[in-house]
Design a protein around this ligand. Structure first.
Ligand code: ARG
Ligand code: ASP
Length: 719
């Protein structure tokens, strides 16, 4: 009977787990997936994809900046990523005179390549399962606090041993919520130069209108180069540095693809929560996303109004706008998708099975039967704190000058300290001076003031009174709820609204001047907003999160024990992963079918000179009318622009190579279809597709549009 019950559960469960194409797999363990990949069409071995002894495709995949992927495509360190991943770098070189965002940028030789201070690229040297070392001394009787303390100590030892006698960087990352740990060793390069970027009318065609949307026609790529010292080792920028000699670079295929063809995506997905309980999904759908969406919408409308009025504001705010808009739209799609797919009900079904399974033996009862009720309890507790936290981030810090003024807090604290020496203070002042120039280059005070009025009113009205910053409460009272009046006052009086005043203040800064900062009305408000965060939000939030994290770890272990025959992939955590699937269209809604690729003609069709996002460059039109596609045209004679496939990807996968069955580059991943953006919590093969720009379109733009065909000579292009 007992056996029968277990058998029944297993068979019930296995119905639930035939998720084809779902998953972001650890490349080191690809041998577990290779048969499945081969059955779908892969023609190369696991060793050719990931090896630590021989050069393999993994050597050509890099983590680009903080949160994108790029791939090496020439022996001399040339890398491809998305236009939106290179956007800040491109913007930083742009001004009204040299507007590379609007006009594009192409270095015509190596001397013209532009350095980008702060931009980093990491190449994975190896990853290794270090679970046993990390969990040495840990047992289930320890408090979460003690457990974390031991783990941190063990990790510090591992990192020290790994990086002692070399120039590598190492980190130890939890997988499956701390049921496993991996050591990630990388080589980090810091001299990364901009080589080429198409104009935004190509690289960002469709802009925020088309963002997350299929059909798509964005030429979302840009080109950089890794530089190293004479020994091919990472080095800070120097004119003496030389192009990095790559261990491996990707071959580029001109063959194209057909519907149904195998593809895989190799990159650095950031965060997913595939094993989240229904309680978390409910919180996201019903509380978190609606608040964040509404607050972002307000900000975006205001920025948009100002950008449309003035070209300088457009340059200053385009990257900021894109950032805010990106997750605003993602959240709307995510909520819709989670509802449409019945994700909450599906999770609840799984939880029901889990609970029944957990109750089937004394040992399981002890380990697992309390997990779900505890989840329910803790999510109820965290929900209001989370709501306040979201207001703090999206409204409180939605005002740029509030965020900026916070930088001065450390100077105030330092100046109050009797033991601090003048050198420390002057170093601090110098760092602040640098941030001042960066901040005001892209700042519009009128715009920020309007955002302040709109968001702070919302903040005041919607957050429980005990979480309202004192300074806000005092001023709302003083100005009788007139946020305009309050704004007029602080935006005219604060020194933070005037670059010159801030610079002059810093130039003549003496230790006692911290009192002037403390009296500044913007600083006072900033401080008060942060005080609530530090004194009332962060402590309960962290405490509850620790409990939730530990439950999630136990739940994860339980799920793995309950379904021993299932291969679980770990949630994304900014480590290198392989996702695989097929080039495939889909049906997002009744009577709508999405084709699997778009063509250049589609850009001409979308053209609308009255809509900023749909401007088409004259030269591109001319090339299209001549059908001058060279070897980049598809076998059907058209120029393919983008395609969709069922690879499971997320934020961070942008810029990732999309490879064919032979491991050759056919596209650069840059987005997902809106109807499937819930895939970070719940993957549904019928709705989830990744979007990639066709590599042939990129080559065509480089060669025919930009006349930078010399770059193609460096690449290995296979016909
Ligand atoms: N949605 C894509 C990703 O999450 C592209 C974002 C950049 N483009 C934009 N229009 N905001 O990163
Ligand atoms: N556009 C995302 C990125 O920048 C990719 C995604 O979310 O699918 O990483």
């Amino acid at each position: 009977m007992y056996k029968y019950i277990i058998y029944l559960f297993i068979s019930l469960i296995s119905v639930n787990i035939a998720y084809s194409d779902e998953g972001m797999w650890i490349p080191l363990l690809l041998s577990d997936r290779i048969e499945d990949m081969k059955s779908m069409g892969l023609k190369i071995s696991a060793e050719e994809i990931y090896s630590i002894n021989n050069s393999s495709i993994k050597d050509a995949i890099v983590l680009f900046g903080g949160g994108c992927t790029a791939e090496i495509v020439s022996p001399s360190g040339l890398i491809l990523t998305n236009h939106h991943c290179g956007y800040s770098a491109i913007q930083s070189h742009s001004s009204i005179e040299t507007d590379y965002l609007a006009n594009g940028f192409w270095a015509m030789n190596k001397n013209e390549e532009l350095p980008n201070p702060g931009l980093k690229v990491s190449i994975l040297v190896k990853m290794e399962d270090v679970t046993d070392y990390v969990l040495k001394g840990v047992n289930s009787d320890l408090t979460e606090y003690k457990r974390n303390e031991i783990i941190e100590k063990n990790i510090a030892v591992i990192i020290k041993e790994t990086t002692d006698k070399n120039h590598y960087e190492a980190r130890v990352v939890p997988f499956y919520y701390g049921n496993q740990y991996y050591l990630i060793v990388s080589e980090v390069f810091t001299d990364i130069r901009l080589v080429g970027a198409p104009p935004s009318s190509i690289g960002k065609f469709g802009g925020d209108t088309d963002n997350w949307v299929w059909p798509r026609h964005t030429g979302d790529f840009s080109i950089f180069r890794i530089y190293a010292d004479k020994n091919n080792k990472p080095a800070p920028y120097s004119p003496d540095n030389v192009p990095y000699q790559a261990r491996k670079h990707l071959k580029i295929s001109l063959k194209g693809y057909d519907e149904g063809d195998f593809t895989f995506v190799f990159g650095y997905p950031g965060t997913t929560n595939e094993y989240a309980p229904s309680y978390q999904i409910s919180m996201i759908v019903f509380d978190e996303n609606p608040v964040n969406i509404a607050l972002r919408e307000k900000r975006l409308n205001i920025i948009d109004k100002y950008m449309n009025k003035n070209q300088l504001t457009r340059i200053q705010y385009s990257a900021k706008y894109a950032n805010i808009a990106n997750y605003w739209k993602k959240m709307t799609g995510e909520s819709k998708g989670l509802k449409a797919t019945g994700a909450i009900e599906e999770k609840m079904n799984l939880e029901k099975q889990f609970q029944q399974w957990a109750n089937t033996s004394p040992e399981r009862i002890k380990k697992y039967s309390g997990v779900l009720p505890a989840f329910e309890y803790y999510y109820k507790q965290i929900n209001p704190v989370n709501n306040t936290f979201n207001y703090f981030i999206e409204a409180g810090l939605g005002v740029e000058v509030i965020r900026f003024a916070w930088n001065f807090n450390s100077l105030v604290e330092m100046s109050k300290n009797k033991n601090v020496n003048d050198v420390d203070i002057s170093n601090k002042v110098n760092t602040l001076k640098k941030s001042v120039t960066v901040f005001y280059k892209n700042y519009n005070a009128d715009l920020d003031k309007e955002i302040f009025i709109s968001l702070y009113e919302d903040y005041y009205k919607n957050v429980e009174k005990c979480y309202i910053p004192d300074e806000m409460a005092i001023n709302v009272k003083k100005y009788r709820g007139d946020f305009n009046k309050w704004a007029n006052k602080i935006f005219s009086e604060s020194m933070f609204l005037c670059e010159k005043r801030v610079i002059d203040f810093l130039d003549s800064y003496k230790k006692n001047d911290y009192k002037k900062i403390e009296k500044d009305p913007v600083y006072k408000l900033t401080k008060s907003v942060y005080d609530v965060y530090f004194n009332k939000i962060i402590v309960p939030y962290k405490k509850l999160s620790i409990s939730i994290d530990s439950l999630q770890r136990i739940y994860m272990a339980g799920l793995m024990e309950m379904m021993p025959q299932k291969q679980f992939y770990p949630d994304a955590n900014s480590t290198l992963r392989v996702a695989y699937g097929k080039v495939q269209g889909f049906s997002p809604a009744d009577a709508i079918t999405y084709h699997w690729h778009t063509v250049l003609e589609g850009i001409i069709e979308k053209e609308d000179s009255t809509i900023y996002d749909y401007r088409v460059d004259d030269k591109l039109k001319e090339l299209n009318s001549r059908k001058d596609y060279g070897p980049c045209s598809d076998k059907d004679g058209t120029m393919h622009v983008a395609f969709i496939a069922s690879n499971h990807t997320t934020g961070g996968n942008s810029g990732s190579p999309v490879l064919n069955a032979y491991g050759e580059l056919i596209g650069i991943n840059f987005d997902r279809c809106w109807e499937g953006t819930m895939s970070d919590y719940y993957y549904d093969i019928s709705k989830c597709r990744n979007i990639s720009v066709d590599i042939r379109y990129c080559l065509f733009i480089i060669d025919k549009y930009a006349g930078a065909g010399y770059l193609l000579d460096e690449m290995t292009i296979v016909k």
